[in-house]
Design a protein around this ligand. Sequence first.
Ligand SMILES: C[S@@+](CC[C@H](N)C(=O)[O-])C[C@H]1O[C@@H](n2cnc3c(N)ncnc32)[C@H](O)[C@@H]1O
Length: 275
Amino acid sequence: MDRNKPRLGTVQETLLIPLYARAVENRKGDPLLRDARAEEIVASIDYDFGRFDGLPSLTGALLRTRLFDQWVADFLAAHPDATVVEIGTGLNTRYERVDNGRARWFELDLPDVIELRGKFFTDTPRRTTLAASVTDERWTAEVAAHAEGPCLFVAEAVLPYLPEPDVRRVVDLLADRFPGSLLALDTAGPGFFDTQETHDALSKVDARMQWYCPDPAQLADWRPGTRVVASHTLTSLPAPLLAQLPLPYQQMVAAIAAQRLPQAEGYRLNLLSLP
Ligand SMILES: C[S@@+](CC[C@H](N)C(=O)[O-])C[C@H]1O[C@@H](n2cnc3c(N)ncnc32)[C@H](O)[C@@H]1O
């Protein structure tokens, strides 16, 4: 097969970092997660992935994905016929990992990403890709037309790349159109945001984070009634999830937690309930 040369915009290129993390992990004996699909996709994309080899933040991306996967799995256990919307889906394979055979999925990203995604994934009656910016409210009509009951919006490593007014717009859009839904998102605060120029993976690409958020509770001020259901750093993952990880990873997380690194403390994974 001819290898695909990705023609991606600056922020879109960042999707290759978690993709590569999952592909590399899949080759390991006792991995944080399995993703044979990511390995196949990486092999078929013409890109210098070697620049990310051995970077510690690849493990960080995998830990984040494990928690987001867990939140989606918990949500679908409680609401098996609900709707999951992946915002800024990139080449993520969460559907392959946690779909329950009943839920409705939407996978949204910018048009160039959806074009690339189309080479590897196919829509089905329960799985629809949407080519749009998350800030463009037109995409919400298609989700609203199909969504019955609560929705879980998953924005993994997406919103920090948007300017704050755009993030506020997204929160307003979701709360207005899908009241009572959940939103999983990460936030970059002090220690993490300020050191992005020297961040091991980000320094290898041109994209930079734009939204500085020292406290996810800030979103409740933007939109009264918003509740922070859960908020974790990569070194304070929920105990049941941590206990499921391979022992070397548990030990690594404990060692990093003991150092209280500003980079680790300033990056949070959050689950919000919208009013
Ligand atoms: C770091 S990647 C994360 C990809 C995926 N969520 C994952 O975890 O593998 C960031 C993604 O956000 C997408 N993105 C950035 N701005 C966006 C916007 N305004 N609307 C939709 N997607 C956006 C990018 O195209 C990219 O796919």
